[in-house]
Design a protein around this ligand. Sequence first.
Ligand code: IMP
Length: 428
Amino acid sequence: MAGTCIIGLQWGDEAKGKLVDLLAKEHDVVVRYQGGANAGHTVVIGDEKYKLSLIPSGILTPGVKSVVTGGVVLDPKTILEEIDGLTSRAVAVEERLLISDRTHVIFPWHMAEDAVMDANPAGGESIGTTQRGIGPCYQDKVGRSYAIRLGDLYRDDFRQRIESIADVKTRTLAGLNGRADPITFDGAAIHQEYQAYAARLKPLVCDTTAYLLDAVEDDKRILFEGAQGALLDIDHGTFPFVTSSNSSGVGVSGGSGVPGRWITKVLGVAKAYSTRVGGGPFPTELDNEIGQHIRDLGNEYGTVTNRPRRCGWFDALAVRYTARLSGVDALAVMLLDVLSELPQIKICTAYEIDGKRVTNFPSHVDDLRKAVPVLETLPGWQQDITGVRRMKDLPTGARAYLDRLSELVGRPIEIVSVGPDREQTILE
Ligand code: IMP
């Protein structure tokens, strides 16, 4: 059995979807195991562009099962829209997709709580969430009392539970935002809406833990598709400016139910530079014309929220940390072509914090805020590389840049992406 994981090593948006789509054909099952509709994956096949959010990027490959496991927080309306969009483009979603009955369901109150909490943070600085209800839904999961899993939607007491939770949430939200015109939730109407979603999803819903444990025993090849990036990991990322799940390699088993012993390879995915969307410190940020150049060429605008992404130099200290944390065997470096026009390119090799040189990623956000990047300058290559298909055909400057990244991160580079299309990938 081969269990391959694709893990983002920065703050998300590393173009993992392209890799998953590329590697899906070598696997039997593709698994999405954490996060929710905060993720956005774009897959380009020829002239066709597919935007996916909750459905694994393996869905476009015939003969491959795509599985959404219990670690995911599920917005049923969003996944149904995705299913409809794919079906209308002749993708056989119903044959290929399975959804765990253990996924926690996102309700309107989660969206409302997300908006209220992020607008009124205790520390004064917003996280800048995607407003998809992700944090509040995970909060209810851990709190248990007001959580509803997908499997609950098919139980006799669903209506009674939803009405009583709607009532509690109406009161909680009034307390949270203190508005004169409090948001109210109509339990009966929400029940009706979600009952319709449940009916449509039913043929796809199953116990995916059992399915995957059988798949492992049957020697199936499984590809685990991480969402977001390791620096957004709830436990190991730049807390509190993180998402609410384990988005580094440590989350694979917890979210999917497949024991770590079955993971045979971890591919760490990083852009050739850094981006971050939302709040929080970003030591190598380029708040200048170089940052804007990268944003323009890399089309660095959020797939989900369309927010402009913050752009900066590659942070080798951070990626070395997340590569170690995620047990990465090899790297995929994405969007290398975006740097092609720059005369010089910088890499962060260490931080200076309070006058001291630091090579370990700080555990407290306040230390990260103080971090001044130590930058190494390399010459650019100033040549179009979008047509290159083999490492040896890359310009010397581009090869030297990749070699240095690999050396600093401490992992070999196996894949390089030089454009959005499936074909624009260097595998040898
Ligand atoms: P949340 O996941 O919506 O709660 O947002 C928390 C933080 O994670 C915010 O800074 C978001 O911008 C960021 N985030 C969440 N999902 C993604 C993603 O898929 N790509 C990049 N950033 C993300």
